[in-house]
Design a binder for this molecule. Structure first.
Ligand code: PMP
Length: 306
């Protein structure tokens, strides 16, 4: 979906006009994918505008940069404050927040050490990621012919720009083949995740989700769902999931900042359960949206903008 411009973007400590938020073509990031970013949502809850798990997202941003020996030249507190400042400057109640740290202009070789680590924060309005009906009706997905990167190639626990070339291949293949999204296996043939979502499978009342070593991003929505399920008394385990278990599951769903909790109704044209949202997925959605929409937050996950 095309981005609707807002007024200001935060760049290296300053709020600049949307159209002026530019970088040099020889910036390292453009050539070598050297960026680390976050996707965060600010919800307009009944108790006011609040950012969902801002601290955890900023922690992950710093962790991603650290894996690449890159130091973000601001404190976590400064970055969190800048996220709120950018939302306020654009007078948005609900939005998507995209902080991105990247190796900037300085040196054009592969070695990034001669390039500064720059930081920018953009915000914009964003609707339902997998389509307006996805949350209720479920989506049709396929297993991708692309695997996630092997653990000894790139760190998949980093949310780094370069990793999204793999995500793009998964997403494009799915769309060209007539599906909403793809699920990738890891290099060992075990279930990993979607192009931008973590995956959960439910069989006989137990929820299962892949491990970090299955080349997944440690999703913050994933972590939230694990916590919510535990508190709801629903058994939940992290482990290796064979592909065929997805086909015979009672319920399958994706999680992500953009996807929230999106039920999957078919995989490779095999109907999952009854081909619609299942009771456990529905219960998890209910509890999740009670936090982000109603502002009933027993976890302290909402960080209010004002
Ligand atoms: N996996 C990938 C590859 C992603 O891009 C995302 C979105 N950030 C997720 C999983 C879900 O993570 P989160 O719940 O933190 O948005």
């Amino acid at each position: 979906m095309p981005v609707k411009p807002v007024e200001k973007i935060w760049m290296n400590g300053k709020l600049v006009n949307w159209d002026d938020a530019k970088i040099h073509i020889l910036s390292h990031v453009i050539h070598y994918g050297s960026s680390w970013f976050e996707g965060i949502r600010c919800y307009e809850t009944k108790k006011g505008s609040a950012i969902f798990r801002l601290k955890e997202h900023i922690d992950r941003l710093f962790d991603s940069a650290k894996m690449y020996r890159s130091e973000i030249p601001y404190s976590k507190e400064e970055v969190m404050k800048a996220c709120k400042e950018t939302i306020k400057a654009n007078k948005l109640k609900a939005c998507y927040i995209r902080p991105i740290a990247y190796r900037g202009y300085g040196d054009v070789g592969v070695n990034p050490f001669g390039c500064p680590v720059d930081l920018s924060i953009a915000v914009w309005e964003w609707g339902k990621y997998l389509g307006p009906e996805a949350l209720e009706k479920g989506i049709d997905v396929k297993f991708s012919s692309w695997n996630r990167a092997a653990q000894n190639t790139f760190p998949t626990m980093a949310k780094s720009g370069g990793n999204y070339l793999n995500s793009q291949l998964i997403k494009m293949e799915a769309i060209v083949d007539g599906y909403v999204e793809g699920i990738a296996l890891d290099v060992n043939g075990v279930v990993s995740e979607g192009s931008g979502e973590n995956l959960f499978v439910i069989k006989n009342g137990t929820i299962m989700t892949p491990l970090f070593v299955n080349a997944i991003l440690p999703g913050i929505t994933r972590n939230s769902v694990i916590q919510i399920a535990k508190d709801a008394g629903i058994p939940i385990v992290e482990g290796n999931i064979p592909r065929e278990l997805v086909y015979i599951a009672d319920e399958v769903f994706f999680t992500g900042t953009a996807a929230e909790i999106s039920p999957i109704r078919s995989v490779d044209k095999i109907q999952i359960g009854e081909g619609k949202i299942g009771p456990i997925t529905k219960e998890l959605q209910k509890r999740f949206f009670d936090i982000v929409e109603n502002g009933n937050d027993p976890y302290g996950w909402l960080d209010f903008v004002d």
